[in-house]
Write a protein that binds this ligand. Structure first.
Ligand code: HAX
Length: 423
């Protein structure tokens, strides 16, 4: 019994009615204007579509279905998936039911490993991960039912079914790629008794006697789940899904965007930067030494990874949650110490530099130091972890877009000549 689906069957008609009425009452009201400067600046700040799973406020950061992130850092990734979709946390029966749904679909088909096994030894783990997802596209329930003439009203159910099956497999796909790509030996089979994060830790084969790595991964997978609808990965998957490409195609499109260094790949770039500081100073630098090191990087035309954001204008609460975990568990660690010191130094440096609109740390500034401490040292793998989690947000957004019958995405572009004559 899929209790999540049953709950959505109750929520969706209410939201459909509510939105129909809203469009009737306020359909002609404006919510945004677009200036010429905005047309040339990555659509920044233009309110042009709706995402109800979460919102990002400039001064508070991520709010999931009305709940500020720092109020819910204790919940499990499985719970946050239910929350993103339904607007409330599951009770224990609903959570167990969702875990049973995941447990029924844990195994990645063998042909996926064959495909990945043929890739070059130095393939980027994100390329392998996205190839793995795309290779499974033939499994799509949405595609199969669409081919059989499924009615529009049933689209969301097929997306949810694909989403659960795909999400169930992602820890195994990620952990299997980790072992394959970094020569860690045979793959380890998933254990249906373990939770999503625990299974991932188990399948990496990394030691976790204290259970703290498991706790970190629960936090990690929870914190990265969603970040409203306009970020590169969410928007890319939203656009591709609007063509009724199934969730395998659409998630893959989003994750290809997450693989960019200005987006999800910043977590690998950030730890690379932190380790370069450690190597340069043979441990923890002085504040003055670190300031000079940051200026050199900026003067060479490079960004400080893990700092800045297109929407946020405050320290990212996801960063704060990771720092709290670090202070509680690995306070004395040198690499974590550098992350802490960067937080003291970089905002002032960026403010003096005068370019970045937001000088504060984002989600990627601290996570790598924690993963590194627990033995996950291969930092070009880190964006795969981000991807496992962010798929929850992409799937949740897709379910609602199809439930609300949002049509194909097709904004209008204009030419520079048109702007010259019309603006
Ligand atoms: N270091 C140096 N310069 C920075 C900077 C940083 N951390 N952040 C912004 N700037 C610069 C921009 O490059 C831009 O310079 P130009 O005018 O020369 O082009 C200028 O400041 C204005 O940029 P902005 O308006 O403040 O920022 P954007 O909305 O254009 O970009 C980014 C937001 C996150 C891409 C940007 O802050 C950045 O490149 N940060 C470093 C990379 C990073 O940490 N990315 C992860 C972001 C979080 C995320 O999505 N994770 O997945």
């Amino acid at each position: 019994m899929n209790l999540l689906k049953e709950e959505l069957k109750k929520c969706i008609p209410i939201a459909q009615g509510d939105i129909k009425q809203l469009i009737k009452d306020k359909g002609d009201q404006k919510i945004s204007d677009v200036s010429v400067a905005q047309a040339y600046s990555g659509l920044r700040g233009i309110k042009a579509f709706v995402c109800d799973t979460s919102s990002v406020s400039a001064d508070k950061g991520l709010i999931i279905r009305g709940m500020p992130l720092l109020d819910i850092t204790h919940i499990l990734p499985e719970e946050v998936f239910f929350l993103l979709l339904t607007g409330r946390l599951p009770n224990s029966t609903e959570l167990n039911d969702l875990n049973d749904e995941f447990s029924a679909h844990l195994n990645v088909p063998e042909y996926v490993w064959n495909v990945l096994g043929e890739m070059p030894d130095d393939a980027h783990p994100m390329t392998m991960f996205n190839t793995g997802i795309l290779a499974m596209q033939g499994e799509s329930v949405f595609r199969e039912r669409y081919d059989q003439g499924m009615a529009k009203t049933e689209f969301w159910e097929a997306i949810l079914e694909d989403g659960i099956r795909l999400l169930a497999k992602l820890p195994a796909l990620g952990a299997g790629i980790y072992r394959m790509r970094f020569d860690k030996g045979e793959r380890i089979a998933p254990d249906p008794q373990k939770d999503w994060s625990g299974n991932f830790v188990h399948m990496t084969g990394l030691p976790d006697e204290s259970g703290d790595f498991h706790k970190l991964m629960q936090l990690y997978f929870m914190l990265h789940c969603d970040h409203e609808g306009g970020n590169v990965s969410a928007f890319a998957s939203h656009t591709v899904a609007s063509a009724l490409s199934d969730p395998y195609y659409s998630v893959c499109a989003g994750l290809n965007g997450l693989a960019g260094p200005l987006h999800g790949l910043a977590n690998q770039e950030c730890l690379k930067f932190v380790l370069s500081v450690r190597d340069e100073f043979d441990g923890l630098p002085t504040e003055d030494g670190l300031r000079e090191y940051c200026w050199n990087r900026l003067n060479n035309g490079r960004v400080i990874p893990g700092y800045g954001h297109a929407v946020l204008r405050c320290p990212d609460p996801r960063f704060s949650a990771f720092v709290k975990f670090g202070q509680d568990h690995i306070k004395e660690d040198d690499v974590f110490g550098i992350v802490d010191l960067l937080f003291k130094v970089v905002p002032d440096v960026l403010q003096e530099h005068g370019k970045a609109k937001n000088p504060w740390p984002n989600v990627d500034a601290a996570s790598g130091s924690l993963l590194y401490y627990y033995g996950l040292k291969e930092f070009n793998f880190y964006t795969v972890l981000f991807s496992i989690s962010r798929t929850m947000g992409m799937i949740s957004q897709m379910v609602w877009e199809r439930a609300l019958g949002i049509p194909i995405t097709r904004p209008k572009s204009v030419t520079t000549d048109w702007i010259k004559s019309n603006a």
